[in-house]
Design a protein around this ligand. Sequence first.
Ligand code: 5GP
Ligand code: ZN
Length: 134
Amino acid sequence: MSDCIFCKIIAGEIPNYTIYEDDFALAFLDITPRAKGHTLVIPKMHAENLLQLEESYTEKLLTAVKKTQEKLDKVLQPAGYNVGWNHGQAGGQAVPHLHIHVMPRYNNDGGGNMHSIINNPGSGSVEEVYKLFE
Ligand code: 5GP
Ligand code: ZN
C-alpha cells in the first residue's frame, strides 16, 4: 500500500536496520526499542492484521520469527522473550501493517509478562463464556 510506512520500508524507501530477511518477511530493529534488540517482523505483503493476511504467508511469518530469535540469541543472548502483536486500535496497534514484536528479555529488566497487558476478565464465568462458542 503506497502510504504505508512498513510497505515503504519493504520497498527500501525508508531506511531500516534489517537483521533477517527472506522472500516473505522482513525483520528490522524497532526505532523506539523497549528492550535491547526489540525487533519487528513483518510480512512482505500489506495486511493490516493476521485475519487479513493471505494464508500462504502465515506459516512463513512464524518461520521468520523463529529465524529472528535465532539471530537475536546468537548476537545478544537474551534470557527470554515476549513475542506478540497489537491488533486493532483497542489492542494498541499504531501502524496498520501487521508486525510481530520480538522483545528480548534480560534478567531483572523490570518488565512484565503477557498478563500485565490487560486485566479485564468481565463478569461472566469461563463456563458461561465457553457456552457462547457452542
Ligand atoms: P504498534 O503499536 O503498531 O504495535 O507499534 C508500532 C511500532 O513500530 C512501534 O514500536 C514503533 O516504534 C515502530 N515504528 C514506527 N515507525 C517506525 C519506523 O519508521 N521504523 C522502525 N524501525 N520502527 C518504526
Ligand atoms: Zn503495508
